[in-house]
Design a protein around this ligand. Structure first.
Ligand SMILES: Cc1cc2nc3c(=O)[nH]c(=O)nc-3n(C[C@H](O)[C@H](O)[C@H](O)COP(=O)(O)O)c2cc1C
Length: 165
């Protein structure tokens, strides 16, 4: 039997939720990482995904002027990155430098991969769709990378709680 609840209450039972980190180049040539849960695969051929970015985010400003970005799926040990990249803005701070996160160059696009992540995808933007207070960017995945040790991914297990499942 279903019981009426507020939308906020219904969201609370949807954990664990996947988490990714979107990395976009800024106007100074730095790479800005932002934690993002709203990332979904949408097509097999061509390989495609969508990311949903709030209009308030620095990442949104950057995505408007970029054609490429990286989606990184952090490993279970990367809760510090997820929390830090998801609670600080690239407007105020160079987040990768502040945390000393290890990166390696992307192979096709002008971007960086998170070295200790489980998976990294290099993506090229194909389209945009406004949905309320977020913009959905669709993108083709043009290169895929997996950690040599095949690390497990991190998930959001509850508000402010992260770990592997
Ligand atoms: C676990 C987690 C998931 C998040 N998912 C999203 C998301 O899907 N879309 C979004 O716009 N913001 C999301 N955020 C919020 C942004 O990561 C946060 O506002 C960040 O500070 C924006 O950084 P920026 O200003 O450098 O772009 C999430 C935050 C956390 C901690």
């Amino acid at each position: 039997m279903q019981i009426p609840k507020t939308y906020r209450e219904s969201r609370a039972v949807q954990y664990p939720e996947p988490v990714s980190i979107i990395i976009v180049k800024d106007e100074k040539g730095c790479y800005n990482p932002m934690s993002a849960s709203w990332v979904t695969f949408t097509s097999i051929e061509p390989r495609m995904l969508v990311v949903s970015i709030g209009f308030q985010r620095h990442t949104y400003e950057l995505m408007k002027n970029q054609t490429e970005f990286v989606v990184s799926f952090p490993s279970a040990e990367m809760s510090s990155e997820v929390e830090f990249f998801g609670s600080n803005s690239g407007r105020d701070i160079d987040k990768l430098k502040a945390l000393g996160s290890a990166t390696q160059p992307a192979t096709v696009i002008d971007g960086v991969l998170l070295k200790e992540a489980a998976v990294n995808y290099e993506c090229r933007i194909t389209d945009q769709l406004k949905t309320g207070d977020h913009m959905i960017f669709s993108a083709e995945i043009i290169a895929s990378h997996v950690h040599q040790d095949e690390l497990p991914r991190i998930y959001m297990l509850g508000p402010g709680l992260f770990g592997g499942v």
